[in-house]
Design a protein around this ligand. Structure first.
Ligand code: UDP
Ligand code: MG
Length: 171
């Protein structure tokens, strides 16, 4: 394979690693100056950032996002917390990235989250647990399109993919 063929081949296979997930950096992390640390965890893992914006969570968006817990007694307090500052919404892309990001984040109750995970290392609370991450492929697709217009999601080749994934994982 000559150089130009190999370049085209690599561009095609790198663009096949397509699963996407939604991450929110929550207000406690914004207040505590943890944005850079959290983004850095995902970058160091080898994930590709394809969308990023700071935004205030409107009531309707918040209710839709947390529909599965909207009837819980803690929802009022959680809503107030989530609206106390803007959040940073990010879309990360990678191979089986939904599961990988959940593992990086750790369990909901941060003081029991595994050491080494984002919540395990950076938080102590159940509500104030620094990040949100989509919990299934189906929910990730719904959440990414709830927070991002397709135009706000970017497509580019990340040169480090050559070193992050083995050849058969890129295809
Ligand atoms: N939460 C809370 N009290 C609870 C359970 C959840 O305040 O008893 C908050 C917490 O911020 C959590 C969010 O609600 O991250 C969404 O809950 P979920 O069960 O979906 O947890 P997650 O997927 O974020 O780990
Ligand atoms: Mg959840």
């Amino acid at each position: 394979m000559n150089l130009s063929h190999s370049k085209i081949f690599n561009q095609i296979i790198m663009s096949d690693v397509k699963e996407r997930t939604l991450v929110l950096i929550k207000p406690d992390a914004i207040q505590r100056g943890l944005m850079g640390e959290i983004i850095s965890r995902f970058e160091k893992k080898g994930l590709k950032l394809v969308g990023c914006k700071m935004m205030e969570l409107e009531e309707a968006l918040l209710r839709e996002h947390y529909a599965h817990i909207a009837d819980k007694p803690f929802f009022g307090g959680l809503a107030k917390f989530m609206q106390s500052t803007p959040v940073v919404a990010m879309c990360w892309e990678g191979l089986e990235v939904v599961n990988a990001v959940r593992l990086l984040c750790g369990i909901t109750k941060a003081r029991e989250a595994e050491a080494g995970s984002i919540r395990g290392d950076l938080a102590m609370s159940v509500a104030c647990n620094v990040v949100h991450a989509s919990d299934s492929i189906e929910n990730a697709e719904a959440e990414v399109s709830r927070f991002f217009k397709e135009d706000d999601l970017h497509s580019y080749d990340k040169s480090e993919y050559m070193h992050v994934y083995a050849e058969d994982e890129r295809g």
